[in-house]
Design a protein around this ligand. Sequence first.
Ligand SMILES: CC(C)(COP(=O)(O)OP(=O)(O)OC[C@H]1O[C@@H](n2cnc3c(N)ncnc32)[C@H](O)[C@@H]1OP(=O)(O)O)[C@@H](O)C(=O)NCCC(=O)NCCS
Length: 184
Amino acid sequence: MLLIPINLETPRLLLRTFKYGDINAFIAYRNDPEVAKYQSWDIPYPETAAREFIEYLQQTKPGTLGEWYQLGIALKTTDEIIGDCAFCILAEDGQQAEIGFTLSRQHQGKGYATEAVTCLLAYLFTEYKLHRVRANCDSENIASIQLLERLGMRREGHFVKSLWFKGEWVDELWFAILREEWER
Ligand SMILES: CC(C)(COP(=O)(O)OP(=O)(O)OC[C@H]1O[C@@H](n2cnc3c(N)ncnc32)[C@H](O)[C@@H]1OP(=O)(O)O)[C@@H](O)C(=O)NCCC(=O)NCCS
């Protein structure tokens, strides 16, 4: 079953459903220790896991309650995948979502994440008419904190040693934006 793919556009980027041809670029940045440091996967991240992941995405309906969906971030000029951003509409009420994002190291520092996640927020608030979008990150993940602040998301909480992550207790920061804040 291949579902209708998503294709969103920003001035420099495409946010689109992953294709099998993206696998090498995807494996490359997932295996970068700097990129994986604050993320849920462990390295080495094997090709079999990448293949299963892309297969899962091709068969998952975006917006299915409680299921994460990852959109590839591709350069418009070449269609090369340079990262991804993800969302999960919370099953509890269907009106809130959590988001995540990743860029390959060589494409960081160029504003691509800001551009991609701005587009993702617009997609979520318009397509799914959401009430609120939230994100969390490690309190030491400075690039991620700066990105969330640039996006206009409010820092709502600092949870101290709230998560057992890669062998230690870490602090989590929670950010959110309401629909009315996004509309302003
Ligand atoms: C989090 C992450 C996506 C942020 O990426 P980023 O490159 O810092 O963010 P952007 O792509 O928006 O780039 C912003 C930077 O580009 C600069 N920039 C350059 N050209 C720009 C342009 N045309 N437009 C906007 N910003 C531009 C900005 O000034 C900013 O620089 P600064 O960081 O020195 O202030 C990235 O660090 C990452 O993938 N980390 C690993 C995965 C991870 O931890 N994900 C989050 C888990 S919670």
